[in-house]
Design a protein around this ligand. Structure first.
Ligand SMILES: Cc1cc2nc3c(=O)[nH]c(=O)nc-3n(C[C@H](O)[C@H](O)[C@H](O)COP(=O)(O)OP(=O)(O)OC[C@H]3O[C@@H](n4cnc5c(N)ncnc54)[C@H](O)[C@@H]3O)c2cc1C
Length: 370
């Protein structure tokens, strides 16, 4: 299909929205990204961009822009709370491409800056919060809370876990509480008590708590993420330093020292949610993409990567199909089996015993057991 004739509206300038806008713009499409925020910002935390994601960026000619603000990593390691090794594995997929392709560790803020920085000027419209959609079949009209309306041949709902597009067109799929809190912060290497030794991810597992140490050596930092079972499902829970210290009690003393030294006002604390699989992601002119379609728990580190891979698959489907509805059907057929499985696997974060400690007799809905 010749996509240069389409007017395409992307809702949300997160990783999924920015990536699909980049991929489409490379083929001359008329794309506008509508973002509710008045400035683009991300919380202080690190993520790992997998080899498949980095390979897609290479195909799109933006590998260097991402590599410049990230560190290549060879492997991840899982250890007990006190540092005894449990497992160590190379990142899967590193040798699947003509050139060895590492996982790249990156700060979330640097990643969104780099992705939006490679978009053509003026492609993102800030301060546009989608209020409602009118799906008229071949086109869809979007209404924003600032009073503007836009008609598009294709709407891509990349508006995250609480997606307005999903809730309006694909039914109620309210976020599901996982019974966990995530504490996330990036600290300087000098505050790491010697825990940054190379560019590899380490996860320490205690009873009901996981600590992820993700080095960001290119910016002299460490992403420190404590994920712990907790019954309080408030999106932004009010926690104290004592709460955090109780989660890491019994861990390697350097991890306890990092937690003790933190200024809690710099730590992003969130209750953790995902959604159940959504049966249908698209109509004839609207599709979901990324977390709006398949928000998943972060235990496998696949949410952002999945949003990017969705973007690549959607661009390819639009180029290959002879109509928008056929492309959206092909996109869902390719991606949904993969993300259904990742959503399911990501719910296997804890043992029965750990869940019983915090939720005696009633496991949270978003928890299977390993
Ligand atoms: C603790 C934690 C750790 C994680 N670690 C990893 C990791 O290591 N690896 C990984 O791959 N993933 C990880 N993830 C998941 C990852 O962050 C998400 O999957 C990813 O951000 C999804 O991207 P998205 O573009 O689909 O949605 P989002 O990043 O949520 O972006 C949605 C955008 O839409 C905008 N928006 C929302 N509603 C509207 C509206 N009505 N109108 C206009 N704009 C709107 C929002 O402001 C936002 O900019 C982690 C998540 C958490 C919570």
């Amino acid at each position: 299909m010749d996509i240069t004739n389409l007017t395409i509206a992307v809702v949300g300038a997160g990783y999924g929205g920015a990536a699909v806008a980049k991929g489409l713009s490379l083929h001359g499409a008329d794309v506008t990204v509508y973002e509710q925020a008045t400035e683009i910002a991300e919380v202080g935390a690190g993520i790992g961009l997998r080899p498949s994601t980095m390979d897609l960026f290479r195909r799109w000619g933006i590998f260097d822009a991402i590599a410049r603000v990230s560190s290549p990593s060879d492997y991840f390691e899982i250890l007990t709370a006190t540092g005894d090794p449990i497992a160590k594995d190379s990142w899967p997929g590193m040798d699947d491409y003509a050139v060895k392709t590492h996982t790249h560790l990156i700060h979330r803020g640097d990643f969104i800056d780099a992705l939006t920085g490679v978009l053509p000027d003026g492609m993102i419209e800030l301060g546009h919060k989608l209020e409602s959609l009118d799906d008229r079949g071949a086109t869809t009209v979007l209404r924003f809370t600032n009073g503007e309306t836009v008609e598009a041949d294709l709407v891509i709902g990349a508006d995250g876990i609480k997606s307005t597009v999903r809730q309006q067109l694909f039914g109620d799929h309210e976020p599901v509480f996982a019974g966990e809190h995530a504490y996330r912060v990036v600290i300087p290497t000098s505050a790491c008590h010697g825990m940054v030794v190379d560019d590899n991810l380490r996860m320490y597992i205690g009873r009901g708590t996981k600590v992820y140490l993700l080095p960001l050596r290119h910016r002299d930092g460490l992403s420190f993420d404590v994920t712990a079972l907790d019954a309080d499902g408030t999106w932004v829970p009010q926690v104290t330093k004592e709460d955090l210290l109780s989660k890491v009690e019994g861990f390697d003393e350097r991890i306890v020292a990092i937690a003790r030294d933190l200024d809690l006002s710099t730590v992003n604390v969130r209750a953790v949610y995902d959604i159940d699989p959504v049966d249908t992601w698209h109509t004839g002119s609207v599709t979901l993409l990324g977390d709006s379609a398949h928000a998943m728990l972060h235990h496998q580190g696949q949410g952002a990567n999945s949003a990017i891979m969705d973007a690549g698959a959607l661009v390819d489907a639009l180029l290959a199909a002879d109509s928008v509805p056929a492309a959206l059907a092909a996109f869902q057929a390719e991606r949904k089996p993969v993300t259904d499985e990742l959503q399911a696997i990501s719910r296997h974060g804890w043992t029965d015993d750990e869940l019983d400690d915090v939720f005696p007799g009633q496991k949270p809905a978003a928890q299977a057991t390993r």
